[in-house]
Design a protein around this ligand. Sequence first.
Ligand code: 5GP
Ligand code: ZN
Length: 115
Amino acid sequence: MPQDCIFCQIAQGNVAADVIYQDDEVTAFHDAHPQAPTHILIIPNRHIRTLKATGEEDIPLLGKLLAVARDLAEEAGVAQSGYRLVLNTDEQSGQTVFHLHLHLLGGRRMGWPPG
Ligand code: 5GP
Ligand code: ZN
């Protein structure tokens, strides 16, 4: 768990964030630079660099990230209108924080294709 990883630090409570959900496997918090009225990040507590670094043993964890996103979308009130989940993976996707995270975006109409 790299000490220079900002998301590890948030998961451990060493760096402040607006945490809205945490259990022994995942943490969710509001994005510091929201791109939509609702913009929540859901991360594994364990440091995983990108989706490419996951394996068969991580399938339950990956499913959990989706399930937590689904439940938080309900709580945030964006489920009925709809929302987008984004998982940027490595450089060309625009990934800037190299600790696996799922974006939950909602509260406005999304464009397609994404930029
Ligand atoms: P990426 O571009 O890697 O998919 O997304 C990284 C996201 O993390 C960005 O939306 C950025 O605003 C958010 N972010 C980066 N550093 C922090 C931080 O220290 N706190 C919070 N809450 N969000 C952060
Ligand atoms: Zn990390």
